[in-house]
Design a binder for this molecule. Structure first.
Ligand SMILES: [Zn+2]
Ligand SMILES: [Zn+2]
Length: 334
């Protein structure tokens, strides 16, 4: 089968032929329907010089971690995953830390596992998946579901975090309406009564936000933006300038969530935000949230804006992603 594999750090991966892998105990083999491309694939290819200590990446490794597919073969000891069933792949926690015990597999304090990060990923015709990473995707095209596992889930988890403060009449602001932000807009409209304002310098991103259900989409610095009147601000950029604008927009007891990893820094003092406001980061989302998101996608309430590309074009598409030329999410269909 064809697989897009990273052989050395900071050296472009290559599309090579390798044997179709056999599922081991507790694994299934998925026929990949689609694999969404992510900024973190670019980080892994261009920026990493060694494996981050918590995930143990050994090279060569097939990259790609936004995976949807159909069960092709179940390994020994696996039941309930019949051939042909559609599934999405997410991070499996260790199952026994305090976070996992409460269902927060995305905040696992042990050693989480996920294909594409520490084991072969989805930019291939087939991928081996530990059953703990599978979430059923019945009734939804798993290629369309692939971006839900990362872009969608990170957005939806942030929306779930702020949903308790979004009441009728509340305003929610989404900063950055790209691959993640447009899905946050759709999820906010689907599960909260808030008025949703998207902020993005790109006219294409603003158009995508409106198409995804935003009530308004404006440029950064627009003078109609809330001044300490937004109940929630989701920052999908994470630069100092976007974080400052979040601090300027949030209302007392509001919730700012910094999802973007722009490495922006601001001093956090008693005067940074109005009294009682909260600032948090997030990582991914839970399996339960992924299952809710699949239901929202099945109903049409949340639809990832995606383009499909063959595996042969993966390198060109990654280059376009690096240049910011991809609107929504690019999905590789092997
Ligand atoms: Zn990712
Ligand atoms: Zn755990």
């Amino acid at each position: 089968m064809k697989a897009y594999r990273l052989f050395d750090w900071q050296t472009p991966p290559r599309l090579v032929d390798i044997p179709i892998p056999e599922p081991g105990s507790g694994q299934v083999r998925l026929k990949v329907a689609g694999n969404g491309l992510c900024q973190s694939d670019l980080h892994m290819i261009h920026d990493w010089t060694e494996s981050p200590p918590h995930i143990n990446v050994t090279l060569p490794q097939t990259i790609g971690h936004e995976i949807g597919g159909w069960v092709d073969k179940a390994g020994p000891g696996v039941s309930g995953w019949d051939k042909g069933r559609a599934a999405l792949v997410t991070l499996a926690g260790c199952g026994h830390c305090d976070a996992c015990l409460r269902g927060w597999n995305n905040y696992c304090r042990g050693k989480p596992i996920q294909p594409g990060i520490g084991m072969d990923g989805g930019l291939a015709e087939y991928v081996l998946v530990p059953v703990g990473c599978l979430v059923p995707c019945d009734g939804l095209d798993p290629a369309e579901g692939a971006p839900l596992t990362d872009a969608g889930l990170s957005s939806y988890h942030a929306v779930r975090r702020v949903a308790p403060v979004l009441l009728p009449g509340s305003v929610a602001v989404v900063i950055g309406a790209g691959g993640l932000g447009h899905l946050a807009v759709a999820a906010l409209k689907a599960v909260t009564p808030a008025e949703v304002i998207a902020v993005d310098p790109s006219p294409d991103a603003r158009a995508l936000a409106l198409q995804s259900g935003a009530d308004r989409a404006v440029e950064p610095g627009d003078d109609t933006l809330p001044r300490h009147d937004a109940a929630a601000v989701l920052d999908f950029v994470g630069a100092a300038v976007t974080l400052q604008s979040a601090f300027d927009m949030i209302r007392p007891q509001g919730h700012v969530v910094m999802v973007g990893r722009g490495s922006g820094e601001l001093p956090f003092t008693h005067r940074s935000m109005p009294y009682g406001a909260t600032l948090s980061t997030t990582f991914g989302g839970t399996k339960a949230e992924l299952s809710e998101l699949i239901a929202l996608a099945r109903s049409g309430a949340v639809r990832p804006h995606l383009s499909r590309h063959p595996l042969d074009e993966v390198e060109q598409v990654l280059n376009r992603l690096a240049k910011g030329e991809i609107s929504g999410r690019a999905v590789i269909v092997p």
